[in-house]
Design a protein around this ligand. Sequence first.
Ligand SMILES: [Zn+2]
Ligand SMILES: [Zn+2]
Length: 244
Amino acid sequence: MELTVIGHWGAYPEKNEATSGYLIEHQGRKILLDCGSGVLSGLQNYVMLEDLDAVFITHLHADHIADMYSLEFATLILMQIGKRALPLDIYVYCQDLTKLDFCYPEYVNVHPIDLQRTVAIGELTITFAENVHDVPSCAVKVNSEDGKCLVYSGDTGYCQSIVEFSRGSDVLVLESSFYNIQKGLNNGHLTAGEAGEIAAIAQTGQLILTHLPHYGDHNQLVVEASSHYDRQIQLAYCGMKLTI
Ligand SMILES: [Zn+2]
Ligand SMILES: [Zn+2]
């Protein structure tokens, strides 16, 4: 399984970069986890849009869904000119799918994410768990048939659910929105120290810190996470690639 980080910023993208977007490729299948602002442009460095199999949206904050509506238009055009045969499957975690702004059901199949159900895309199996955030929000787990496991947190505060859900994963892509000194500022996001704690308790194989803040020295996030977790820690960056 191949991971490409399309965007790693929290809240808004820095110049020429993107907020949350993670491309997973395996055995010819291509899925995208979140599609925040800037993702649609960056994504095209790595994949033809007509080859995308499915998109999973963890929650409705703009830094996770904003470019999904442009991707709907891209899909419309690609189908109309015959480059894409089938509608794009979009899985969204939210309370009410009818409140979303998709306009063309003939080009996108929008499905609710059901925490009790598994989605299969080729040889990939995708499951979900509820997070703590200020809107309904889920984490995503991608398992491949060759026994590899990636967990992507989406946005979450510290909770037992993300610890249990991440347990034994090979790679944990975990939000780290805050520095330790900001602990308690917003219980819907993690500090780097909390991210390290979760990775340590879950015994994940390696930790990637993402959804990064627009201030401070990101190396400090690694220092803070590493006071709890002693395996490999990396900072996500746009264009980062990892084979799992
Ligand atoms: Zn976010
Ligand atoms: Zn959010």
